[in-house]
Write a protein that binds this ligand. Structure first.
Ligand code: GLC
Length: 506
């Protein structure tokens, strides 16, 4: 494994609650992940990003952390996590853990101490307490302020159970450096930084003057009082410095929702984070012109840092559904993404071609967005439904108990075992694509050059000798001259049908 593994890595996101359940309680866990390591290694990914596994009241699926140095009993024990790290490494898989530094759970001992100690105490200084709230809004809906028993208000950009930390307090900075060390010492290969763009606030806490409810990014302004503040970069420089002591193959990836690739590039300057999710690509509709400009602006703005590409995650509608074109578009999008320069993130279940589950009954919805929006937004549960592994009916081998969210009966055709032996299944397309990408030096890090093509078609060349063509239009497209077809998202032929992609050897 060479030092710059992360520049072109394919990293598989494990949403732990929904991946595989080893204990039979209906919630995914570490035992489940350990049992599926051969599956993941066989898929051909380089690393796993595991969503938060820490002790948590789980009001936001674990993004409400009560103790950053342990494992929630529903997922296993610290010893299980250590065993998982060792076994994953034996399978050639690296492990990236999720770190949640913007806020803690309200059950975290620091917040409990802050509540107990009262106004003006040093304990309250670690959070953002004020006598009067301002007009900031929660990403999940409603005010970003809730009241403590004694009348003071505390800030929470997310749920009321997720109080924001005060990163101007040196104790907060020290604590997180120590938490990073704790996990680095246990052998993790990196961290995904939750809400990296939200950690620093304008200490004056000025009113926004406009209603930004539900927005996780700064809408077109450079001086937003809580998103993408310049002060976050100093924190990340100190984190990079720390990681360097462990050798430069331990990495950070930022979750930073910002308003342009140029702003994103600031997070991946040479002395800051290694990579950042490219959400512009994820949010781009199925449109050739817009895709091309997002690809160009991303690659160009990042400079020396590699781009990362992502189609789905646990916060957005699955792309089979989002692009509106069903499986053919999703399969074509995969070949597009994996042919682009840089690294890529896969979200569990996309290799099975899973769609968003849009018909979950209201009584099972768990996302805090559902309650906080006054039942106007269903939230993100539809992309978090437990994976179907085998069998003809729920729980499809996910668990021996009842899955925490119900799985649709139609997934019987989408289980891993149903797709395993079918060479044309989406699962085998992913395996093939990842194998070819790994074996062929043209893919991954490096440059891309566009080829002439009709406006609804994307065609580009990677060196040496690979061309990717994606048809986002409604007419079949001609293929450029080639030696052979390396891989096709649909039936390969003389022309490329709409909603299809091919990799060609030229
Ligand atoms: C990030 C996570 C999301 C979570 C939020 C608050 O956006 O990806 O799932 O709800 O942060 O921690």
């Amino acid at each position: 494994m060479n030092g710059a593994w992360w520049r072109d890595a394919v990293i598989y996101q494990v949403y732990i609650r929904s991946f595989a359940d080893g204990s039979g309680d209906g919630v995914g866990d570490l035992a489940g992940i350990r049992a599926k390591l051969p599956y993941l290694a066989g898929l051909g990914v380089d690393a796993l990003w595991i969503t938060p596994w820490y002790p948590s009241p789980m009001t936001d699926g674990g993004y409400d952390v009560a103790d950053y140095r342990d494992i929630d009993p529903v997922f296993g024990t610290l010893a299980d996590a250590e065993a998982l790290l060792r076994e994953a490494h034996r399978h050639g898989l690296r492990i990236i853990v999720d770190i949640v530094p913007n806020h803690t759970s309200d059950r975290h001992p620091w917040f409990q101490a802050a509540l107990a100690a009262g106004p003006g105490s040093p304990e309250r200084e670690r959070y953002v307490f004020r006598d009067e709230p301002n007009d900031w809004r929660s990403v999940f809906g409603g005010s970003a302020w809730s009241r403590a028993g004694d009348g003071q208000w505390y800030l929470h950009l997310f749920d009321a159970t997720q109080p924001d930390l005060n990163w101007d307090d040196p104790r907060v900075r020290e604590e997180f450096l120590d938490i990073l060390r704790f996990w680095l010492d246990r052998g993790v290969d990196g961290f995904r930084i939750d809400v990296a763009h939200g950690m620093v606030k304008d200490p004056a806490l000025p009113d926004l003057g406009v209603d930004h409810e539900g927005l996780v990014e700064p809408p077109d302004r450079g001086d937003h009082p809580h998103w993408d503040r310049p002060g976050v970069h100093e924190i990340f420089r100190s984190w990079r410095e720390l990681a360097r002591h462990y050798g430069d193959d331990r990495i950070f990836v930022a979750e930073a929702w910002v308003d342009s690739p140029r702003r994103l590039a600031r997070y991946v300057r040479p002395d800051e984070l290694h990579t950042a999710f490219n959400f512009d690509f994820l949010r781009c509709p199925w449109d050739a012109g817009r895709m091309r400009s997002v690809i160009d602006s991303s690659v160009e703005a990042l400079g020396a840092a590699p781009a990362t590409w992502v189609l789905s995650n646990h916060d957005v509608k699955r792309h089979v559904t989002r692009y509106g074109g069903g499986l053919p578009r999703a399969r074509a999008a995969l070949l597009l993404m994996l042919a682009l320069p840089g690294g890529a993130y896969l979200y569990q279940g996309e290799e099975l071609g899973l769609e968003e589950v849009e018909d979950l009954p209201e009584e099972v919805l768990r996302d805090p967005k559902w309650e906080r929006s006054g039942h106007t937004q269903r939230g993100r549960d539809g992309c978090r439904v437990p994976l179907p592994w085998s069998g003809a009916a729920p729980p499809f081998g996910f668990s021996t108990g009842t899955p925490w969210l119900p799985q649709p009966a139609r997934w019987s055709a989408k289980t891993v075992s149903a797709q395993d032996a079918d060479p044309r299944s989406t699962l085998n397309l992913y395996r093939e694509a990842l194998r070819i990408r790994k074996e062929n030096p043209a893919f991954g890090d490096g440059a891309l050059s566009w080829l002439d093509s009709p406006p609804e078609v994307l065609a580009f060349r990677r060196e040496p000798g690979v061309v990717c063509v994606v048809n986002l239009g409604e007419e079949p497209a001609a293929l450029p001259p080639h030696r052979k077809v390396l891989l096709a998202s649909g039936e390969p032929g003389d022309e490329l049908p709409p909603d299809a992609a091919v990799w060609l050897a030229v």
